[in-house]
Each structure stands twice: as C-alpha cells, then as structure tokens.
Ligand binder design. Structure first.
Ligand code: GDP
Ligand code: ZN
Length: 375
C-alpha cells in the first residue's frame, strides 16, 4: 500500500498482494453491486467506501489493475485519504514507503520524483520536459555516466555531468518559475511595463513617485516557460518608512533573481548613467522605456539594451524575446535529460568534485544513491 506524501485533489492509494482485492472489497460497495473479486482485470468501478451499510460513504473510483493490484482514487489531501488508509490497515494491510513501492514497481527514485513534480508544472514546456524525466531521460543519462566511470572514462563523464549542471537552472524552473525583477527609479514605468507584459492590471499605476510600496508578483508564461515578475519599489532614498521597507525587499529580490531588468526613462536619459548601468550590471537587461516621449534616441549598441513604450506597446515583443533568450539560451531537445531537484543537483555537484579528485567510487555512489534514496 502507498500513502501519497503530497497534496492534490485526488489521492491514489494502491493496494497490492494476494489480499488486495479482498481487503478493498470489505469497504468498497460498487454502484453496480459487483464486488471487485468478480470484476475482470482492467475494470474501473464507481462506488462508495464505507464501514457498514448504514452510513453513506465517500464516493470514489476503484481500478482493478491486476489480480493482486488495486488502485483506489479517493478525495485528495492527506487527511481525506487517511480514512481509506486506516480502514485498509484494519483489514490487515501494511503501509509501504515510497522506497519499498518503487523497488516493487521498478520505478527508480528519480522517476518517482518526476511524477511528484509533474503537478507543479505550470506551463506546457515545463510539463513536456518533466514528462521526459518521468519516462526515464535523466535516469538513463546517469546510468550512462556511471558506466563511463566504470570504464574509467573520467573526462567524458565530467563533460556530461557539467552539461547536466548547466541545464540545472532550467530544470528547476520546471517546478518553480524563473524569477525576474524589474528595477529602476520610481516613475520610470516598471508597473506599466509589467502590466503590458502580463496583459492585465496587476500593479497599481499612478502618476506619482513611490506608489509601488511592496514587491508585487505576477506569474505568467513567456513562450511556454513559467516566469514570475517582481515589480520592486524604486530604489531611492526615502523618508517614508513604508517605502523604505519596500526598498529593502527590492534589494533582497534583486539578489535572488534569475534575471534583472533595469529600466531607464527615455525622457530623462543621461548617456553617462546608461553606460555606467551597463557596466555595473552586465548580466541585466537594460530597457529604455517611454520611447514614445523621446524623439530620435541614440542608444549604446548592445544586445542587453532595448527600447520600449509601455503605453504604445512598442518594443514589448522584442523584450519578451530577449527575456526568453536570457533565461533559456538553448532549448533542450525533446527527451533531453534535465536535473530538476536540489537533491539531484547536490549529487551531481558531489560527483563532479569526486571525479576531479579521482575518487571514482565516491562519484559513482553519489550518483547511484539518487536512484535509491527515499524522496
Ligand atoms: P513605476 O513607478 O516605475 O512603476 O512607474 P509606473 O508604471 O507607475 O508609471 C509612472 C507613470 O509613467 C505613469 O503615469 C505611466 O502611465 C507613465 N508611463 C509608464 N510607461 C510609459 C511609457 O512607455 N510612455 C509614457 N508616455 N508614459 C509611461
Ligand atoms: Zn510601480
């Protein structure tokens, strides 16, 4: 039997063993009056789950997957599914850990992790790449790397681990959106630009500096990738305590961001400041906004330099393209292996370090553990 250690609308309780069908039949009352024992393998039955005939029980779906394997799909959440688990335990079933279940069903822990992560995928791209990991893409790649270590082809093994590590930020964005921070002085158009990108009025736009007091978040998909924008309070000196609290949060958001977009005002553009900003924040995207208010603009030639108008929409699609290119410079092929949890990352970094020190056995065991550990 399996307890799902996650939250969801539906919980799946799997019961296996010679007594699986009999145990479920003790509590399951099918609408068609057909006991599971008499149902053919492959049948899905709808019915009630109850201890006796008096009380109306929870309505649920039971699938007879094999003579000794039954799946119960009941209302989700740990508490709602607990009643089913308790009943089955009183019928003599034993609770099994993920680890035990995985070794019985031949799913390795990485594949199990991918199945657990799949509900967190917020966009099509995220779901497709996670599904590849459910199908064993990462497991196969790690198996190949372990074989290289056996050979001992350390150089190629290292290259392939490095490639996985390069894809790590992308892998992690599959369950957690990329974080993008909009930075720049008050009134430069951060909230307006955010609204234009996300397509709805998420942030308050006011014609007065200092209105965005807190960090505002808006989650959306760009080219199928999940992103979360944070519209920060403009970073400036302020006497207003509330605004200062907002500035502190803005600085924290800047540090942890995957991408920072620095906004400049086209109507008040100072070329020296622009150059300084480009030099000081080379990994940021620099956007000159309000170009509808400026005449002919001469901008420094740079891939990281864009011009927009949050009012007319000019330059917005180019900005979106630039954001995606920054976050996902190289879109992985369908079926590509991607590490997507910190557990996997830690093991990969560990393995890389061990290989560097020529501890092939330690490297192997770091990777092998990924397949077995409890998640
Ligand atoms: P924030 O303080 O950086 O978030 O700036 P806001 O988005 O609140 O914008 C401040 C003011 O500038 C508002 O009146 C906006 O309508 C205006 N604004 C923002 N972007 C543009 C733009 O591209 N062109 C023009 N003409 N006005 C803009
Ligand atoms: Zn704002």
């Amino acid at each position: 039997m399996l307890t799902p250690p996650a939250r969801g609308a539906i919980a799946t309780v799997a019961v296996r063993g010679p007594q699986a069908v009999a145990s479920a039949d003790r509590y399951f009352h099918g609408l068609g009056k057909l006991p599971l024992a008499d149902a053919e393998v492959g049948r899905i039955l709808v019915g009630h789950w109850r201890e006796n005939d008096q009380q109306p029980g929870e309505e649920l779906v039971v699938a007879k997957l094999a003579e000794e394997l039954v799946e119960i799909h009941c209302h989700g959440g740990l508490q709602a599914s607990r009643q089913v688990l308790n009943h089955l335990q009183s019928a003599g079933c034993e609770l099994e850990s993920w680890q035990q279940w995985n070794s019985a069903t031949h799913d390795d822990a990485i594949v199990a992790e991918a199945h657990l992560a799949l509900p967190e995928a917020a966009t099509t791209q995220a779901a497709l790449h996670l599904w590849d990991q459910c199908q064993g893409a990462l497991s196969r790649e790690l198996t190949a790397i372990i074989a290289l270590l056996d050979e001992p082809n350390f150089e190629v093994a290292t290259q392939r681990i490095d490639q996985l590590l390069r894809l790590a930020p992308l892998g992690q964005s599959l369950t957690r959106p990329w974080s993008i921070v909009l930075a720049g002085p008050p009134n430069v158009g951060k909230s307006s630009l955010l609204n234009k990108i996300v397509g709805y009025d998420r942030a308050i736009v006011l014609d007065m500096p200092g209105t965005t007091r807190d960090v505002l978040h808006a989650t959306t998909a760009l080219d199928g990738w999940p992103v979360q924008f944070s519209d920060t309070a403009g970073i400036r000196v302020s006497d207003d305590q509330l605004e200062q609290a907002g500035i502190a949060k803005a600085k924290a958001a800047l540090i942890s961001a995957d991408l920072v977009i620095v906004l400049h005002d086209a109507a008040q553009l100072r070329p020296d400041e622009l150059d300084k900003s480009l030099r000081e924040l080379p990994s940021a995207l620099h956007v000159v906004n309000k170009i509808d208010l400026a005449g002919d603009l001469e901008l420094p030639q740079s891939r990281e330099m864009l011009a927009t108008s949050a009012v007319t929409g000019e330059g917005i699609s180019e900005l979106i393209t630039a954001i995606v290119e920054h976050l996902v410079p190289e879109v992985p092929q369908p079926g590509a292996p991607l590490p997507f949890t910190t557990r996997q990352l830690d093991a990969l970094r560990d393995a890389a370090q061990c290989i560097e020190q020529r501890h092939a056995d330690s490297a192997k065991s770091a990777l092998t553990q990924l397949f077995q550990a409890t998640i």
